[in-house]
Design a protein around this ligand. Structure first.
Ligand SMILES: Nc1nc2c(c(=O)[nH]1)N[C@H]1C(S)=C(S)[C@@H](COP(=O)(O)O)O[C@H]1N2
Ligand SMILES: [Mo]
Length: 453
């Protein structure tokens, strides 16, 4: 008989701490033999009661092929537990300490202008816990005092206006789930396989419920000229001079938020506390953190982060600019690189799909390197410009094979194979790699990042 342990780690943990932890849900053979004597105080007492002539004996015995340890009452079933957590903020279980954001060794020279990647292989559903949200800083992060922070709206407005955080929090608010993906996510994979795990290939991706005020409300309060002012410049308060042009069409739709909330609480300092711009569907760099200024203007600004960086190097050597929308993409997170499948048999293939253009319509999964595709189940909710969780059943026959996912969004756009993408974009680009990801499951059960031609 097989046993379904949904929370146990039946997979061997990879030796290298860096490469991420194991698949969580597997069916595996119960390894321990059967023991057919009564063991626990519980059952001994029940047996005693039976001897004493009690009518219905309630002896509990382990099923013949089950784990007899179930009959031993552990310490936590007999003793007194911990008192309520009065000393502050709750923390994850100590058994989960392997689930962390991680820096890719050698990727950047300083930890201030760096990235920490979200452990996608360990997450369920669509929301990224705030303490595991990826980070990208160009000049380090700050814990800015909200009582001193200000946001100015200027440029093509009737009168420049300065808001305090309290003033912004008094305005009508909205809460929306959206993904944020750095334009450089999966950027290391343009030439060839570069990194071992999904945390490093796709971990510049997170998803939260953001709460804030539509930016258009603040622009209206300042009397912005939305006829002439077809662009806005967003500026951050950190030392990176992070400035990005946002098209007014996105702002007018009401989607762009000046957010202060993330997953039910204030933003984390690493994610822009106390104010950040939320620009759904657009690459992360436009989600300016520590937001201090919005300028309304009549043309794009061509700032450093839109001329030197976040441009696409095309095969002819020219740079393509303002390709800010994150196109439809997906990735299988289980099984994924660095994980080890213990045995052949049943697995739940699970992954994430998203599109900067709207909702995910369909995800197909291949377990034979792209020859055959089956349509996966999309788990609810399926929201616009948000991560969508997909699942599909798989019985692994124990032979080496390649697992892939391919997403389609509501516009009908289909996620490309890397060969298709390279045909248009070449191999020397950095940004906006939304190609299909391939994971090789080896006979040993070890899963590896590979690229298929
Ligand atoms: N002020 C400021 N805003 C910023 C950045 C920054 O360095 N400074 N980095 C940008 C980049 S490149 C990305 S991908 C996202 C990352 O957001 P996160 O750190 O909350 O994940 O923030 C963007 N906003
Ligand atoms: Mo980014």
């Amino acid at each position: 008989m097989t046993e379904n342990r949904t929370s146990g780690r039946l997979l061997k943990a990879p030796e290298n701490f860096i490469t991420g932890d194991g698949v969580r849900q597997v069916f595996a053979q119960a390894k321990e033999g059967r023991r057919d004597f009564l063991r626990s105080a519980f059952t001994a007492a029940a047996a005693g009661a039976a001897l004493a002539g009690a009518s219905a004996a309630r002896a509990v015995t382990a099923p013949a092929d089950g784990d007899p340890a179930i009959l031993e009452l552990p310490e936590h079933s007999r003793g007194l537990g911990q008192p309520v957590v009065t000393d502050g903020y709750g923390k994850p279980s100590k058994h989960e300490r392997n689930v962390q954001r991680r820096q890719s060794p050698g990727l950047t020279q300083t930890a201030q202008a760096s990235v920490s990647f979200a452990p996608l292989q360990s997450l369920f559903g669509i929301v990224t816990p705030s303490g595991l949200h990826f980070e990208r800083h160009h000049q380090g992060w700050w814990d800015v005092d909200p009582s001193k922070h200000r946001l100015m709206v200027n440029g093509l407005v009737k009168a420049a206006k300065v808001f305090t955080v309290d003033e912004i929090m008094r305005l009508p608010s909205v809460s929306r789930f959206h993904f944020i993906e750095c334009g450089a996510n999966t950027g290391m994979e343009w030439g060839n396989v570069a990194v071992p795990t999904v945390q490093y290939t796709h971990g510049m991706l997170s998803c939260s419920e953001f709460t804030g005020v539509p930016l258009v409300t603040l622009l209206q309060m300042a009397g912005a000229d939305l006829k002439k002012g077809r662009f806005a410049l967003a500026e951050g308060a950190d030392g990176s001079s992070m400035t990005r042009t946002i098209p007014m069409s996105l702002i007018e739709s009401g989607e762009v938020l000046v957010a202060y909330g993330q997953n039910g609480e204030m933003l984390r300092p690493e994610n822009g506390y106390p104010l950040r711009l939320v620009v759904p569907g657009v690459q992360g760099v436009s989600w300016v953190k520590y937001l201090r200024r919005i300028e309304v203007g009549d043309q794009p600004w061509n700032t450093k982060d839109e001329t030197v960086h976040y441009v696409d190097l095309m095969p002819d050597g020219q740079h393509r600019q303002y390709t800010s929308l994150q196109e439809c993409k997906s990735v299988v997170t289980t099984p994924s690189g660095g994980q080890v499948l213990l045995d052949k048999g049943f697995y739940n293939i699970s992954g994430l799909a998203w599109s900067g253009r709207g909702k995910i319509k369909r995800v197909d999964v291949s377990v034979d390197g792209g020859r055959n595709w089956r349509t996966a189940r999309l788990e609810s909710p399926v929201l616009s410009k948000c991560l969508t969780r997909f699942n599909i059943d798989w019985a692994w026959d124990g032979k080496p094979t390649i697992v892939q996912s391919r997403a389609m969004d509501e516009t009908g756009y289909v996620q490309p194979a890397s060969r298709q993408l390279r045909g248009v974009r070449g191999t020397r680009s950095i940004y906006h790699n939304n190609a299909i990801q391939s994971w090789l499951v080896q006979e040993s059960g070890e899963v590896k990042n590979v690229q298929v031609s």
